[in-house]
Unconditional design. Structure first.
Length: 321
């Protein structure tokens, strides 16, 4: 249960820190260890300071539900998140707040209607089969493979583009962003104007990927509206032309979906394969269900309700990691 002291709105306890730096050094040395120790020592809600910003660690489900669900309108995403990725994702949906977020979500929503999502299945199966066909007998870096696969699928389904040999532009930006925002390194806490090699690489990669994205936006704008289709890029381009979204917000949203979409999915799939490799009994049961439901055919979205155990495997991987 949440403690009575916290219900009375007292300032939560937390670890002592250094002047100006607060708990920055302790957090950067061992991120997970810092959070685990803070929870053990101070309870379900812990106050700490990082690089001049105040943060709170919530571990009780009641608090988490309050922040993310019940009282979500009272909480903002915060300066730390904006400082770390704001230069890349700017006015996009991930960082937008309040009415700006709702307006962008409304414009993008048709791309995620059920009937539209069902059309993405064919591209997913095609690209997955191509990837698997290259793995037979090979030693594979699973995370790299999943990153490439999810990026190809996302680019095709949401933006109607074949990313092909331009994947490197997006992947270099993703890698530079991971380094730039890594809280286990002091680089993750430095402002953009500091002349650090990692920050220079981040800015270079950001310039390249913006050019890549803006080029595709220009190509779509050059197409007659009746020929654009109904993918996410076409919806956002039409909104920008109607004055419902600025060109900068359009670009930032395309970057948001490129990175937030493929990185998170690739990581979830990587952990799924990792766990399956360590649990051959689960792997065997998964294969049995696939053989029984698909009977040798390629999967379709219509098969998803019958692939119950398969869904449970993916859900468990995401729950654990």
């Amino acid at each position: 249960m949440a403690t009575e002291a916290h219900r009375r709105h007292e300032t939560p306890p937390g670890p002592d820190g250094l002047p100006l730096l607060g708990n920055t050094l302790s957090l950067s040395r061992d991120v997970l260890g810092f959070y685990e120790q803070a929870h053990r020592n101070y309870g379900d809600i812990v106050r700490f300071e990082v690089a001049g910003d105040e943060g709170y660690l919530l571990t009780h489900p009641e608090y988490i539900e309050q922040v993310l669900v019940n009282d979500d309108a009272k909480f903002v995403k915060g300066e730390v998140l904006n400082r770390s990725i704001g230069s890349a994702l700017g006015e996009g949906m991930l960082l937008a707040e309040g009415e700006a977020w709702r307006a962008q979500r409304t414009l993008a929503q048709p791309a995620f209607y059920r009937e539209r999502v069902e059309t993405y299945g064919e591209a997913m199966v095609t690209y997955a089969a191509e990837a698997a066909g290259n793995w037979d007998g090979a030693l594979v870096d699973v995370h790299d493979a999943m990153t490439e696969l999810t990026l190809r699928i996302l680019a095709r389904t949401l933006f109607g583009i074949d990313i092909g040999d331009r994947q490197s532009v997006v992947r270099e930006m993703a890698e530079a962003t991971r380094t730039r925002t890594d809280v286990s390194s002091l680089v993750g806490f430095l402002p953009d104007w500091v002349p650090h090699p990692a920050i220079r690489e981040y800015n270079r990669a950001l310039t390249d990927v913006r050019g890549f994205v803006e080029g595709h936006i220009a190509e779509r704008k050059a197409e007659p509206p009746e020929e654009r289709g109904d993918d996410l890029l076409s919806l956002l381009v039409t909104a920008a032309e109607a004055g419902d979204m600025s060109d900068e917000t359009l670009r930032d949203n395309m970057l948001t979906f490129l990175f937030a979409g493929h990185e998170t999915t690739a990581l979830a799939l990587t952990y799924t394969w990792f766990l399956l490799g360590h649990h051959p009994d689960v792997q065997a049961r998964l294969h049995d269900e696939l053989d029984s439901v698909l009977e040798g055919s390629a999967p379709t979205t219509a098969d998803l309700p019958d692939l119950e155990y398969t869904g449970q495997v993916v859900d468990e991987a995401m729950r654990r990691y």
